[in-house]
Ligand binder design. Structure first.
Ligand code: M6R
Length: 408
């Protein structure tokens, strides 16, 4: 059998721990580079156009899409959920987000223009691959998004976008999630620019009210979004600095938390998928009971669980949803839960309501709030990481888990 040789651009020095206690920690710290590398590999900056994706077969498929179905598992599913929010907001294309393990046994009602996108950092997840295989049989166009060149997803999808986070050894996905979020955002930006949508400048520039008042035309918002995107690696680097207030607070909180009956992570809008990811990370490596909720869902049942034994992690950055999230915070506070807030460093009102406080990096106020998931992410990752270390779990190889889930 003749096989095509695929050259991986990964070097051996990327495979040691580089002085970090765990791969997971190293990979959290590699996130600014993962962003830069993914930006450079997915875009063709020579074209001089905003969000211009490098020419490749999946770009054409994407352009023809009238509707996207994003399919994934675990952390990749959280990236897909963010993708839905960004694509619908910036490109006004309907997007549905599906768990691969469910979707593969359901019927897809596809229309002309439906494109199915499978997102898998490993490119080997059995359920995600099965969906792509089935779609191919049904002649539905498919795109894969993966971090591993030469992985099986290349065979199953019609075309693939690659993220460039480099090899990830820790079982808990960190830098690959960061790169997937960026991939989602780039697709949204690309489709938005292409489709000449007009969106509210107010919403993008950081108004704290959700008002889509004046429609300005994309000429005004996409350049600003792109500038902000380029700032992200710097902001992440400053947040991850061991002397930053974010890291210092996380270490301190970790010492104080002690016994916790359970954690809730709550957020609204763009913070909701990060709440889900925060809960997953904590379960995965620290073995704490944790659940992620859209903050508005609390009163539909979960709030019955709240008492003094619970810690509620409230993701309330300065965006259109901040005030509503704060009112949910007050509800759980009144029922005795300890509150760990994550928000803007100057949001002293919010800080005052919290028992524990993690500020986002200073510069985060300058960027569009729709990009804040990128900055909330390292906070929830480090929170879980240090809690796991304190509990003495095997951070890089948590029990019962495998890096690639290649069976059902
Ligand atoms: O390789 P994939 O992105 O397809 O993997 C999907 C999930 O198994 C994966 O994201 C899992 O949830 C991670 N261990 C989370 O940290």
């Amino acid at each position: 059998v003749q096989r095509k040789v695929t050259q991986l651009d990964w070097s051996l020095d990327k495979l040691d721990r580089g002085g970090y206690a765990h791969y997971m920690l190293k990979e959290i710290y590699e996130q600014p580079v993962a962003l830069v590398d993914t930006l450079n590999s997915m875009l063709d900056r020579r074209l001089g156009e905003l969000f211009s994706l490098a020419e490749q077969p999946c770009v054409k498929l994407l352009e023809e899409a009238q509707e996207l179905v994003l399919v994934a598992c675990g952390t990749s599913w959280h990236a897909a959920l963010l993708g839905k929010y960004w694509i619908e907001h910036l490109a006004k294309i309907p997007v549905s987000v599906e768990l691969a393990s469910e979707f593969r046994y359901r019927e897809l009602i596809s229309r002309k223009g439906t494109v199915v996108v499978g997102i898998s950092q490993s490119g080997e997840t059995a359920d995600t691959l099965a969906v792509l295989r089935e779609m191919k049989k049904q002649k539905v166009p498919t795109i894969g998004i993966s971090n591993v060149r030469g992985s099986s997803i290349l065979r199953e999808a019609d075309a693939v976008f690659y993220t460039s986070a480099g090899p990830e050894i820790g079982v808990a996905a960190t830098k690959t999630f960061m790169a997937q979020m960026l991939a989602m955002f780039l697709l949204a930006g690309y489709l938005g620019v292409k489709r000449q949508n007009s969106i509210s400048e107010g919403l993008l520039m950081g108004d704290s009210t959700l008002q889509v008042s004046s429609h300005l035309g994309n000429a005004n918002v996409f350049p600003k979004l792109f500038e902000d995107l380029v700032l992200l690696p710097h902001l992440l680097t400053s947040g991850l600095d061991p002397n930053s207030e974010m890291v210092k607070q996380i270490l301190e909180i970790n010492q104080k938390l002690g016994e916790v009956k359970g954690f809730f992570f709550i957020g609204r809008g763009y913070s909701f998928p990060i709440a889900l990811e925060g809960a997953l990370k904590l379960k995965e490596i620290a073995y704490d009971h944790a659940e992620g909720y859209a903050a508005g869902e609390l009163k539909h049942g979960p709030i019955a669980m709240i008492d003094e034994g619970m810690v509620v992690v409230v993701l309330a950055p300065l965006d259109s949803w901040r005030d509503k999230t704060v009112s949910n915070l007050e509800e759980v506070k009144a029922r005795g839960a300890r509150i760990l807030g994550i928000g803007d460093s100057k949001d002293l009102d919010l800080k005052g309501l919290c028992d524990f406080w993690i500020p986002l990096p200073e510069g985060s106020r300058k960027i569009s709030p729709i990009l804040l998931p990128f900055l909330l992410t390292p906070a929830i990752q480090l929170l879980s990481y240090y809690r796991a270390v304190l509990k003495g779990t095997d951070v890089d190889k948590p029990r019962n888990l495998a890096k690639s889930v290649t069976v059902e």
